[in-house]
Design a protein around this ligand. Structure first.
Ligand SMILES: Nc1ncnc2c1ncn2[C@@H]1O[C@H](COP(=O)(O)OP(=O)(O)OP(=O)(O)O)[C@@H](O)[C@H]1O
Length: 575
């Protein structure tokens, strides 16, 4: 959750920072402040890549060095700086795009390892071709820009301010929610309609472009580039400064760069004390401020604000009666027509047949309950329908369209899904968690509309009192309702609800039944997994029972309950 520190505080902070080299602070000179500002630009990019989106880049500095070396080589070939540098920037950003295409698809730690490899290669190349790069002693940028220190400082401040503004524009409202969700849970992001690979690639390219621009400024400022500037150690320093300042916070990179580089300057012989300073700073951050300095400041601020007012960060108003909600046109989902059709679908995991030749249909305006003992294959069937698992045989069709080649995030526009264990982002508010599904549906709305629609949804589910609470502060029981509220927002034609009534109080279960009946009346097709038979009886039009991956019974609730196979397989399994 973002701390709503007012704009005037930022403005004041910016003025104080801009004037700080004139305050006589020991070691905080104009040159150091300029270096810090240029460094912070690169860190803002890393903050996008790692701090917000969670891609652990251990090779960020490589993108800092590439445009400088390339630009210098192009200059040596006869191109003027004004052409060679923009061209080098374009090439470096294209390289980021190419590497991003490879890296973002790598699972877990492999992204980090891939980026680490790129930093090794970059530093290695710079050392291996001294005739082009100057080798270990570095490449002096001849005829580099000559400016007075004050002008360099002013330039660095303007460049940093522009970087922060762009960062801010890229991370407001829905974009912020999208990036936080990707960081927290990629699968859930896909299920909510986010094209995770595309968003990650875009962020990786933009973040790397920050490093490239920072590299060019810095190299021209100091007049030289050395191989270490693009290597692993520098990349780790970037990461450390970002984490110490507060990854994911707007001003985290600036705070980190200021603190660490100033401490180095005070320590004097940076080489000698470098590891000690980093080690201690990390130790302190892990122990006392896991969200970095910015996290610490934000939490102090929240406490101070909360003690004065009870209102949360998003001010919500309802601009229409919730019963006036625009309902989906009945023409798009005529009751009784097929919405979901699962045809002869099977899925094996190694030798285990989890789902075997299952067929079922759910019509518009129909609620079908999927029953079966533990391990029967219910969640696997949900995963096959939402695209998380690929079937070995058979197919899934939605409103007549074969989904075989439809990725998870595209299925999301037509199918809302809740999970057995709700996949909510704990540190984000209940409202933000529900709004997330709207961010990536077609016909995107403005932020105020999205908040308003999400708030209406919370009212419908009796959750409005939690709107501005982070999810981790709300009772676990309510998580189920929040997940259902999120899955059903935007009125998808199909709803897949995995044990929605588990953990709810009696009143909540009956409210949930009312909500599902309302959704059915709008023509929604609902497939739900549930073990609460009273609840199933109160809402389901028909039941399908799975056992060992096979359908062993299907029909009306009463008929299925009387089936001897079901008694034996399901109820027998419970006793
Ligand atoms: N990714 C996987 N890899 C290997 N086996 C799996 C995987 N997912 C599910 N299974 C196995 O497939 C079978 C069906 O599991 P599934 O989770 O679909 O059952 P379920 O009916 O949803 O059970 P529960 O009610 O306990 O959630 C189980 O034996 C399970 O261990």
């Amino acid at each position: 959750m973002r701390a709503s520190i007012p704009a005037w505080a930022f403005f004041l902070g910016a003025i104080v920072f801009a004037l700080s080299p004139y305050f006589g602070i020991p070691a905080w000179t104009l040159t150091l402040a300029t270096l810090v500002s240029f460094t912070a630009i690169s860190l803002v990019g890393l903050n996008l890549i790692y701090g917000l989106t969670g891609m652990l880049s251990l090779g960020h500095a490589a993108f800092f060095a590439w445009p400088v070396y390339l630009g210098a080589i192009l200059y040596a070939l006869g191109l003027p700086w004004l052409i060679s540098i923009p061209l080098a920037l374009v090439i470096a950003i294209a390289l980021a795009g190419l590497l991003g295409l490879i890296f973002i698809r790598l699972p877990g730690m492999y992204f980090a390892i891939g980026s680490l490899g790129f930093a090794f290669v970059t530093e290695g190349l710079a050392r291996a071709f001294p005739s082009l790069t100057g080798g270990a002693s570095g490449l002096v940028l001849v005829s580099a820009i000559r400016l007075e220190p004050e002008y360099w400082y002013a330039l660095s401040l303007i460049a940093l301010a522009v970087s922060l503004l762009i960062y801010r524009r890229l991370t407001v409202g829905g974009s912020y929610r999208t990036l936080k969700l990707i960081r927290y849970d990629e699968l859930s992001s896909e299920v909510l309609g986010i094209n995770v690979a595309r968003v990650k690639l875009r962020i990786f390219i933009i973040g790397s472009a920050y490093a490239a621009v920072s590299g060019v400024f810095m190299a021209f400022f100091v007049g030289i580039i050395v191989p270490e500037s693009g290597g692993v150690n520098m990349s780790l320093e970037y990461l450390s400064m970002t984490v110490i300042g507060g990854a994911g916070f707007l001003f985290g990179p600036v705070l980190g760069a200021v603190l660490v580089q100033w401490l180095f300057a005070i320590a004097g012989a940076a080489d000698e004390y470098e590891l000690l300073i980093y080690g201690l700073a990390f130790f302190l951050v892990v122990l006392y401020a896991p969200q970095g300095l910015s996290g610490l400041i934000a939490s102090w601020w929240r406490k101070a604000v909360r003690s004065r007012t009870a209102s949360g960060p998003v001010h919500l108003t309802l601009n229409a009666d919730i019963d006036d909600e625009v309902r989906p046109s009945p023409a798009t989902r005529p009751p009784g027509t097929t919405c979901l059709e699962v045809s002869n679908i099977s899925k094996r995991f190694g030798g285990l047949v989890a789902v075997s030749d299952v067929s079922l249909t759910v019509c518009h305006g129909q609620i079908v309950a999927l029953l079966g003992p533990n391990g029967a294959g219910k969640s696997t069937l949900f995963n096959l329908i939402s695209g998380i698992e690929r079937p070995d045989t058979g197919k899934v069709s939605l409103q007549g369209h074969d989904l075989s080649n439809t990725p998870i995030f595209k299925r999301a526009t037509k199918a809302g899904r809740s999970f057995q264990t709700p996949r909510l982002v704990p540190e984000m508010t209940v409202l933000q968690n529900v709004a997330m599904r709207l961010d990536n549906l077609s016909g995107s709305q403005h932020e105020a509309e999205i908040n308003n629609t999400a708030y209406r949804q919370l009212i419908k589910y009796g959750l409005e009192k939690y709107a501005n609470e982070p999810v981790h502060k709300v009772s676990i029981g309510s998580h189920k309702l929040i997940d259902v509220a999120r899955a059903s927002i935007g009125s998808p034609p199909l709803l897949l609800l995995d044990e929605p009534a588990v953990g709810l109080t009696e009143d909540e279960v009956s409210h949930l039944a009312t909500m599902l009946n309302k959704l059915r009346s709008t023509g929604a097709a609902i497939l739900l997994v549930e073990h609460n038979f009273e609840f199933v009886k109160s809402v389901a039009d028909s039941v399908v029972v799975l056992d060992g991956g096979n359908v062993i019974a299907a029909g009306s609730v009463e008929d299925v309950m009387r089936s001897s196979k079901v008694q034996e397989a399901y109820f027998g399994a419970l006793t």
